[in-house]
Structure formats: C-alpha cells, structure tokens
Design a protein around this ligand. Structure first.
Ligand code: FES
Length: 160
C-alpha cells in the first residue's frame, strides 16, 4: 500500500509536497500551478530555483519558456510541469536537456532522480537513462521521450 499512497500523493519531499508546502524543507508554501499558467515567484522558490523564469522572452513557435538559463546548477535535474506536461530538465556539461518525467518501468519521477554526468537514475528502482538521448541503460529496449531545448536570451525553452 505505501507504493500506491506514494503514487497518489507523491513522495514526502517530492514536487507535489513542495508545492503543497508540506515538504520537510524551509521552502515556502505555494499554490499548485494551473496547467499552462506561468509559474509564480513563490512556486519558483518552492522548486528551489535561484532565478525566476524570464517573462520578457518570446519562445520560438512550439516552445515554452521553462527556466532561467542560470537557475539550474550544473549536475542537477528537476521536475517541471509546463502546459500540463511533467518534464524533467537536466543540466550536464553546461547544456540543458529535457525528457519525459515518467519512468516507463513503474512511473517514477525522473526529475527527482540523481544525475551523474549525463545519466539520471530513477528514484524508485534505479533504472538509468541517458538524458541526452532518452535511452535506458538498464533496459536497452526502453527509451523515454526527449524534447528539443533552445536557449533564447536568458531563457531555457523546451519544444512541447
Ligand atoms: S519506476 Fe523507475 S526504475 Fe522503477
């Protein structure tokens, strides 16, 4: 039953808990963002981001602004809900990469995984994925979707 509770409610220190303001951290409570709505400054802080996503950047057609280019430290990965879609955004080797947030094995949130180089390990059972290609290194027949990323001015833009 703990698995299903986690599946429904999220992990105690996961994104949903942080957005509910119940995570064991000093992050302030913030409202759950409406899908497609721009994130508020409180939501940015709840995600632990140091820079707010720029509002003065027009993304290319089909792209959405997801982060300030300096918000995500090197070697970090984060779960972001943008336009109703959960994606994981990673920074490795100075480049940003975006991939589906849901692990095909059992739905683990890859944005809460551990990033080592360009490889993220799923927080649930440790399957490993190359964030640059979406290839699963644990089960070679499995891949996760990747998304194109462009830096426009100070914004990280992802094609959704
Ligand atoms: S849910 Fe990702 S490895 Fe099991």
């Amino acid at each position: 039953m703990p698995f299903f509770k986690t599946l429904l409610e999220g992990r105690p220190n996961g994104l949903r808990a942080r957005l509910r303001g119940t995570a064991p951290s000093s992050a302030p409570a913030s409202p759950v963002p409406t899908p497609g709505a721009p994130r508020t400054e409180a939501a940015e802080k709840a995600l632990g981001l140091s820079h707010e996503a720029p509002k003065d950047v027009t993304p290319p057609d089909g792209y959405e602004v997801v982060l300030h280019k300096d918000a995500l430290p090197e070697g970090q990965i984060i779960e972001i809900i943008i336009g109703g879609t959960a994606i994981a955004v990673a920074k490795s080797g100075g480049q940003h990469y975006a991939l589906a947030n849901t692990c095909p094995h059992a739905g683990g949130p890859l944005g809460d995984g551990k990033l080592a180089g360009a490889v993220v390990a799923c927080p649930y059972h440790g399957w490993k994925y190359d964030v640059t290609t979406g290839a699963c290194l644990t089960q070679p027949s499995v891949t996760v979707r990747t998304y194109k990323v462009q830096i426009v001015g100070t914004a990280v833009c992802v094609e959704l």
